[in-house]
Design a protein around this ligand. Structure first.
Ligand code: ZN
Length: 324
């Protein structure tokens, strides 16, 4: 008995310290919880509209045959009006909603493309947004920002008729827009300092020049074949003054991809703001044969993203510029 009482007495001291420590900890936890809770409720307010499923939305989606978990997903990502205008259940919808650049306006085209091309939802969305579910040179848009350094010129986007870039400079024997040209000269200097050879064979071309080129090619090879290697007038990047064809020699041939010069460009072009525009594994996407010689200026920031993520310029547009 005596021994026991003694032990209890000693423990009072420890107990006091313990209570003090627990109290401090509780206070800290309270502070953290309070902070977390505040920001959480802020978020809830922001998302309030999308998190609560209205009965109208819920009933409509239920009638179409969606499960409760699908309804949650659809409600959080699709606008109420778009949900209410749905007439049938789409078995791909939840899959589509997992892709960031999905646009509900294109849903029928995604369905059709997935069926016909047997590709994933993500690939279907990417390629339909680029426009390649439609034949080349159909549904052509006239570019309204031709002076933008990031201008997208391809078989669906045409430069305005008569467009001439305003600030062309001489780049060795060719011409380019100033910023692109100055970057090209730096790149050429760097590659030559590494003991390699790079000749600049074709830079800016006027609309007239592109017309003559394409007309000649079409006359000798037929339009269909000419379209695989030559752009129709107003559709060539060379008309922007932002592209350059390069070679270690004096011809533009596919062998260039086996040269140390090509290797150097693969590793370094992006540091000067240049991208390889027509990639070997994306011929179907661009509609052009592989062109290891054609480099396009987009600036260092964008070129770095495209390089790091191994994108085409069109894919960059879908992912980062909202193209669809
Ligand atoms: Zn070219």
């Amino acid at each position: 008995m005596k021994r026991r009482r003694k032990r209890v007495k000693v423990n009072y001291k420890n107990l006091f310290i313990l209570i003090f420590v627990v109290a401090v900890l509780c206070f800290l936890v309270f502070l953290i919880f309070k902070k977390f809770n505040t920001s959480d409720s802020d978020n809830k307010n922001d998302n309030n509209k999308s998190n609560v499923v209205s009965d109208e939305v819920k009933d409509h989606l239920k009638d179409l045959g969606y499960s409760n978990s699908d309804i949650e997903v659809i409600n959080s990502k699709v606008k109420k009006d778009d949900i209410l205008s749905m007439e049938n259940k789409n078995d791909n919808l939840v899959k589509y909603l997992g892709v960031k650049y999905f646009h509900i306006e294109n849903i029928d085209r995604y369905d059709k493309y997935m069926d016909e091309e047997n590709v994933s939802a993500e690939q279907a969305i990417m390629e339909v947004n680029i426009g390649i579910d439609k034949p080349f040179y159909t549904d052509i848009k006239t570019i309204d920002n031709p002076n933008d350094l990031l201008v997208l010129v391809n078989k669906y986007n045409a430069l305005p008729s008569g467009y001439v870039p305003s600030d062309l400079i001489q780049v060795e024997g060719e011409r380019m827009q100033r910023e692109a040209g100055e970057a090209m000269l730096k790149m050429v200097e760097a590659i030559r300092n590494d003991g390699l050879t790079l000749n600049l064979l074709s830079g800016y071309r006027s609309e007239e020049k592109q017309t003559d080129l394409y007309t000649d090619y079409a006359a000798s090879d037929g339009k269909e074949k000419a379209d695989t290697y030559s752009a129709r007038p107003r559709h060539s990047e060379h008309e922007t003054g932002l592209a350059m064809d390069v070679s270690d020699g004096w011809y533009l041939e596919e062998y260039f991809e086996d040269t140390p010069e090509f290797d150097w460009l693969q590793k370094n072009a992006y540091k000067y703001g240049y991208i390889l525009r027509y990639k070997k594994d994306k011929v179907y996407e661009s509609g052009y044969v592989y062109e290891p010689w054609h480099y396009r200026y987009v600036g260092v920031e964008v070129a770095t993203i495209i390089h790091n993520e191994d994108l085409t310029f069109e894919e960059y547009y879908v992912k980062y510029k909202g193209l669809y």
